[in-house]
Write a protein that binds this ligand. Sequence first.
Ligand code: ACK
Length: 967
Amino acid sequence: MTLGEKLCLVFLFLRIVFTPSSHGNQVVLLDTTSVLGELGWKTYPMNGWDAITEMDEHNRPIHTFQVCHVMEPNQNNWLRSNWIFRQAAQKVYVELRFTLRDCNSIPWVSGTCKETFNLFYYETDESHGVKFKPSQYTKIDTIAADESFTQMDLGDRILKLNTEVREVGPISRKGLYLAFQDIGACIALVSVRVYYKKCPFTLRNLASFPDTVPRVDSSSLVEVRGACVEHAEERDTPKLYCGADGDWLVPLGKCVCSVGYEEMDGACFACRPGFYKAFAGNIKCSKCPPHSFSYGEGAAVCHCEKAFYRAERDPPTMACTRPPSPPRNVVFNLNDTCLQLEWSPPSDMGGRRDLTYNVLCKRCGPEPDQCQLCGEELRFVPRPQGLTNTTVTVMDFSAHANYTFEIESLNGVSKMINYPRPVAAITVSTDQVESVSLTVCWQQPLNISLLVVDYEVKYYEKEHEELSYSSTRTKAPSVIITGLKPSTCYVFSLRTRTSAGHSAYSPKYEYETTDDTSDMASDQGQVLVIVTAAVGGFTLLIILTLFFLITGRYQRQNPVSPLFFSALPYPGVKTYVDPDTYEDPTQAVHEFAKEIDPTRIRIERVIGAGEFGEVCSGRLRTLGKREIAVAIKTLKGGYVERQRRDFLREASIMGQFDDPNIIRLEGVVTRSRPVMIVVEYMENGSLDSFLRKHDGHFTVIQLVGMLRGIASGVRYLSDMGYVHRDLAARNILVNSNLVCKVSDFGLSRVLEDDPEAAYTTTGGKIPIRWTAPEAISYRKFSSASDAWSYGIVMWEVMSYGERPYWEMSNQDVILSIEEGYRLPAPMGCPVVLHQLMLHCWQKERSQRPKFTDVVSFLDKLIRNPSSLLFLLYSLLFDPSVSLAESPGEVVDYHMFISIGDWLDSIKMSQYKSSFVAAGFSTLDSVAQMSIEDVRRIGVVLIGHQRRIVSSIQTLRLQLLHENGFHV
Ligand code: ACK
């Protein structure tokens, strides 16, 4: 045995421990550590490289090749692998692990000992019988050791294992041989691993991407198109790029779950029975709207219950509805030229608001069955069909005839039924038309700054009170009223319509006509004079005095006394003035905001950062020497004039408002530095973070109370003619009493500051998720677009500060809204509140609710919490319906006979034993539980706590309702 062989053999007695390298995205073509039998590699010459196979502790072979002819010159020892099939690889990686002896540590070998070896390859389609010819081989690299070992290392039995990786490629033949050339080093080749890299099969954005082999050129990526998973469809072509290292890069596009399917853990699952999903998108299945159901799985829409329908244009999110009941209380008012029919709306609107009326006229003979349809000679004003008001005027009828009018109420689903629809009928005989006429005059109001559009005189027979009344409009300050009955007491009142709207009605005046109808022939008839005059001052007042001047037969019913009424629609409400209309913005600030002496302000701490500088909390000494808590917005130094103007614009706007639900401006500091805006302090900060911090802590009624406050604030703004444009929970502040106030004013500047605002194609910057479609597309901002945003705020509140549309991109939000998708009800949100949200998100902006109606709707809910269980939103929303009249439909908790059933129904079955173990075994006892109780029994996940607590609240309301509870 040569010295070299001795040196080399020493390796075998040392345990070489190596950790496996990562194989995540590698396809291994050869790994000598996993070959169980002989490797069968060839050596040239035979006594050059030496193959030694040892067994490891798991009895697996370690194939090692050694060579160590360091004493002899001109070594040329080759070791050749077997043929390696390259499979799909275009480029392969060769990983070598070896030890190498340091020549300096071997005496007497200088000149002959080497510290490198060479790696070669030869690509060929032939897998067998290829003779070894070194000249065919291409050199890959000379391999040197990072760490060679010495005699001392041998003594310590520490072996330094080197790992070297080399790339080989591009390879086009079926396979390759590797060859190792030793030129006189002392090497032990411990393992050889040949692999190629691939981007492995993956699922991303509901699309699957196959195993992909990267390009040889490491700077170019392979574009791979994904295939949507089952029940998903492409939204934008899903793509990934396969990088040279086998990593997937740059995900683009995506698939979304198809109609009837929802996303869960990267797959699309069918909606459960009772749920539906009408639009493709990554949204959850929604519960079927009221009066609809889905029996099977994967429903795209829910079918209407028997006798309930959906009109062609009703969105699938809308409850199924039914035709209305007939109109009620039909009355008529007849004079010699016209017949006015009037009725009350039906008691059951069928759950819809698109109510119209048709009037059918029949002319009847003496017998009831001798009726035929009236001819075209009869004129209906405005028309006989499709009436939206509860009145119609019929003209050109014949005297001495019997007419029967059938009035039918219709809504969007009336044509769905083909059986005869119930009508309300009234028969009118025109025999009695004998009347007197009366001229009513009044004096034009003086000093009215507003333009008078016209006057309306309303009158009715005193005996019939206001059941049926007539009214007439005129631009002149007088009108001749014909067709009055002789010897009948009438009640009159008058109102003015100005450019600002209607005034209130004047007080009522009574007048009894005489029995003398002969005046009909005279031009003048009987005359009633109402004298009006205007008094100065901001609010328009009109004095009405009545004189009854009836030629020859003077009668006086009321004492002559001055009476006052307001002619403006909202007495005392100012309109908002855009500060930008002031040439000098400083003038606007001083018009609307008080200048505060800065010595009255004490800044205590910084509470946040605004666009223009810090927001601090502190105290303000009022002029009455009291100290109040305030928030102080500062304008940081180094501002330019434009920034100062933009900063103070907010104060100019806020200073015009005075409402308990609008953040109050205390004043400004503009005459010294820093420039400040001082506003009332709101202890709980902004609503979104407040709700997120207190997830699940409030009752539904408390949340509705907050929403009511916000709606009332925005009602005030819209009455003032101010459009907020950026209503969002982050722009609402909450004080220690949970009172919510609208803040962040400043028009376009607000949007510039808002981190949510994104630039649109039309150039503006808009908080897409909160903004109505017409405002996004063509910047049509109005109180109706504020109503849309208010609906989003409702959703944020009811979901405790969840991000609207979650992680959907702005582009997807716009698209899905366009496709009719609307946010589903947050968990535990009563249906009526979600329906109000949907009402706010009507595409047609005129159909969105007015803030005054929203406030009164929420008031009704607060006054009668059990109404949160009513499903008939449209009934509740109708301002004319009081809750006492509309019991609606109540979710029946009697279905849940046990705690187990209840928990099953809210998908929280896993907590059954926790409830029972903690002694909560009846629904009554559960209804008493607080959130702390829920936590105590072991519900730790916040989402679960929330689901259970909201269901407990509903349950509690149900129980209260059953016990006749009323607030
Ligand atoms: O969520 P927050 O605590 O509430 O953080 C922001 C921060 O200042 C930056 O705007 C808070 N903030 C703004 N105005 C007021 C205020 N009037 N009262 C209390 N905190 C306020 C807001």
